[in-house]
Write a protein that binds this ligand. Structure first.
Ligand code: AQP
Length: 342
């Protein structure tokens, strides 16, 4: 079976953007692909963070994956730092990564501007090399990527080809390596349309964990009254009726898209149902759709969190399964690069 890897950083509370842009799309993939869904904790320390918060968010994120329908009998679910090969491969790959490639990364420029020079750690620059390790360790065929991760995946592909060129082929075979290439070069898996969820307070910026105002996002674990309040206060406009795809109405497009995805209807059905509505009526049906969709996830989340020993056991099993594959790749890389193995 073809392989897919993906993950979310435990940097804050999981919001509707993470759910609609990533986790929800993983569920059908589990049936057709060999899937690896991990909690990307090593990436979560690339910006200043709270240790207590990382500790809590790591388990929370795992529980949310399961509550959303990730099934550990089909997918490998684990915490990134529990599989040591991720950090180890990163070191090996960093020796083959020209620093100029990293300096070009848009996300590095944006994030370093945000935190200010004195808070920019080296890990923020080398983040894409760790991401490449995450993907290449599992010889992944596909990686689901949003717009903001496309450049990082391109770097992963170039790095795979570079390592294959530098250390693979005949030289590798002489050292005892098997197969044609050290790494499979992964392809992007473009998420379904409408998967980019925008902020509730500004339809032109994406919904994000790090936005300072909690009003800008719906968190997956928000209680009913909080959801109702956020939708009541979210930004709208003063055009008559409601419509998709009007560039002058980004908030309207975003809220209709959220409604469409939460209610499970088609875009055409929603366009027709809502075209004559005013904001008051629409906000009520949107609130109901959000609550109806998120409530069962929240109930399952509570059940899972009530037995954290069980959750930890599942994560340990996931890490063991993942490490089997990751260690085999890592061993090949060491060998190909000329290291004397124990
Ligand atoms: N607004 C969004 N719409 C659609 N998809 C989104 N993702 C994040 N925000 C949206 C997707 O969620 C996955 C996990 O992303 P991450 O944990 O690496 O965080 P991120 O992409 O940096 O976005 P966050 O979660 O909002 O954090 P910050 O505040 O750091 O930007 C990815 O698949 C991502 O595409």
């Amino acid at each position: 079976r073809k392989r897919i890897v993906s993950g979310v950083q435990p940097t804050g509370t999981i919001h509707l953007g993470n759910y609609l842009g990533a986790i929800k799309n993983w569920i059908p993939l589990q049936n057709t692909y060999d899937t690896f869904f991990f909690i990307v904790d090593l990436h979560a320390i690339t910006l200043p963070y709270e240790t207590q918060q990382l500790f809590k968010a790591t388990r929370d994120t795992a529980a949310i994956y399961l509550a959303c329908g990730v099934d550990t009998s089909k997918a490998s679910v684990f915490v990134q730092s529990h599989v040591r090969a991720h950090s180890e491969l990163m070191w090996l790959l960093s020796s083959a990564t020209p620093i100029g490639w990293l300096n070009k990364m848009i996300q590095f420029k944006e994030k370093s501007r945000k935190v200010g020079d004195e808070n920019v750690g080296v890990a923020l620059l080398t983040y894409p090399v760790l991401m490449a390790s995450d993907i290449l360790l599992y010889q992944s065929d596909f990686v689901p990527v949003g717009e903001d991760q496309k450049q990082h995946l391109e770097l992963t592909r170039e790095l795979a080809e570079r390592v294959n060129y530098l250390y693979g082929g005949r030289k590798w075979k002489k050292l005892g390596g098997r197969g044609g290439a050290i790494f499979k070069v992964p392809e992007p898996l473009i998420p379904p349309e409408g998967a980019r969820v925008m902020s509730l307070t500004d339809g032109c910026s994406k919904m994000s964990k790090s936005a300072s105002s909690d009003q800008s996002r719906i968190n997956l674990l928000d209680p009913k009254d909080v959801i109702a309040n956020k939708i009541k206060r979210c930004k709208t406009d003063s055009f008559p009726g409601l419509e998709f795809d009007n560039p002058e109405r980004p908030e309207c497009n975003n809220l209709l898209t959220i409604y469409q995805l939460m209610s499970g209807r088609t875009k055409e059905e929603v366009a027709q149902e809502c075209q004559g509505m005013n904001w008051g009526v629409f906000k009520r049906i949107l609130t109901d759709a959000l609550i109806d969709h998120l409530h069962p996830i929240q109930v399952r989340y509570e059940e899972i969190m009530s037995d954290s020993a069980y959750l930890d056991r599942l994560l340990a099993e996931g890490a063991t399964k993942a490490a089997d594959i990751a260690d085999a790749t890592l061993n090949n890389v060491y060998q190909a690069m000329g290291f004397l193995r124990r």
